[in-house]
Design a protein around this ligand. Structure first.
Ligand code: SF4
Length: 377
């Protein structure tokens, strides 16, 4: 009997330009696109034996910029996926899209594919902020792309925003949120800007040409975001993610609830059983390994019991909470008995609430989630 419902992730590494803050594996040279497409289809077919007994209910094309692919590219990938995996009828199928890469015609073509969710990397509705982030689109292009997707019939749309940009004011962040809500998408992700080592943004900070936003202001922006989006009918179901009822991202929930997923493409990570592996972060190496009939793994790790418990607590607190029955099932540990004093402390300070089934963070708790996880668990 097929019981598991894992997810499928495909990493499409091509972008038109490299954004200054981005630390995903992405390349601006598209000359290997056809070889890449051939390789990823071979990898999809070759890995299918690993999850023979599974049905899948989420597929996520991330990147990179999957919206750079055209309809025929997607069609051939979908053919390979459907020929090799048991993909359920109502599977959530997301593509990440850069608003600067989509036309009305392209969106109408995508609507003829099995794609039923689009996640737009908008980041800001203010052109100066977009320029700073080196995004290729303008605010108007983002608005037009989302409206065109809605007109084409897409009914499950996310938009990503970034706050705590250097020099950003509370007013400009409020403007971004208001603009986002006006577009009436089903889902909004709002992340604070991270200065990741190895990015152009990090070098700029080291050279002193930009500095991080003031921590108090960042906190104020985060608290306002939770309050504002909740008041506008979006439920916060993860520290940075908000959805209209029933429109939570099924695929991302799998990451946050430690469900299994299999992934394809350079730099993509998979998690099956107690093993997690990551593919090489180099398109040439990736293509060569696949063409030689090998796995494209860069490294494999075994998730031991302690790591699994820590991840369960951390991811649970960051999203919908720690469900006691799930915790017992997975680790054979009674969560409340084991962590009683820490749980009581969180509740006493107003950081968490508990009912008979689970412990979850309050808004106050979300705001200091990382500190809670680090200090208590
Ligand atoms: S478009 Fe997305 S993946 Fe590509 S460089 Fe920018 S942030 Fe990174």
């Amino acid at each position: 009997m097929k019981t598991k419902m894992p997810g499928i992730y495909l990493h499409i590494p091509f972008c038109d330009t490299k954004c200054i803050y981005c630390d995903f594996y992405s390349i601006t040279n598209h000359s290997k696109k056809n070889e890449f497409l051939s390789a990823i289809k071979k990898e999809i077919a070759a890995q299918s034996a690993k999850l023979r007994d599974s049905s899948f209910d989420s597929v996520f094309f991330g990147g990179g910029t999957p919206s750079l692919l055209d309809k025929d590219d997607f069609t051939s990938i979908f053919d390979t996926l459907y020929n090799n995996y048991d993909i359920s009828v109502n599977t959530e199928i997301t593509i990440e899209a850069n608003p600067g890469t989509l036309t009305k015609e392209k969106l109408e073509q995508f609507k003829q594919l099995p794609i039923n969710r689009i996640s737009f990397g908008v980041q800001s509705f203010i052109d100066e902020e977009l320029n700073f982030l080196t995004r290729i689109h303008s605010s108007n292009e983002a608005i037009n792309s989302i409206r065109a997707a809605q007109d084409a019939g897409f009914e499950n749309i996310n938009l990503d925003l970034i706050f705590a940009l250097p020099g950003q004011t509370m007013e400009s962040w409020k403007f971004n949120l208001e603009r986002a809500v006006k577009l009436n998408t089903q889902h909004i992700s709002a992340y604070s800007l991270i200065f990741e080592k190895g990015t152009a943004l990090y070098s700029m900070m080291e050279k002193g040409s930009v500095s991080r936003a003031d921590l108090d202001l960042e906190q104020e922006m985060y608290e306002y975001t939770m309050e504002y989006l909740t008041a506008k009918g979006y439920e916060q179901y993860e520290i940075s993610n908000y959805a209209k009822p029933g429109k939570e991202c099924r695929h991302n929930l799998k990451y946050w609830t430690l469900e299994e997923y299999i992934s394809f493409g350079p730099s993509a990570s998979s998690y099956i059983g107690d093993k997690r592996w990551t593919n090489v972060k180099n398109i040439g190496k990736y293509i060569d390994l696949i063409e030689e009939g090998k796995d494209a793994y860069d490294f494999i790790e075994t998730i031991d019991k302690d790591t699994s418990i820590t991840e369960h607590i951390m991811l649970g607190l960051r999203s919908r909470g720690i469900v006691f029955a799930d915790f017992k099932d997975k680790h054979n540990i009674d969560f409340l008995n084991t962590y009683s004093s820490r749980v009581e402390l969180l509740i006493e300070k107003g950081f968490a609430v508990k009912d008979n089934t689970k412990l979850s963070l309050t808004r106050k708790g979300y705001a200091v989630c990382d500190e809670i996880v680090a200090s208590l668990f």
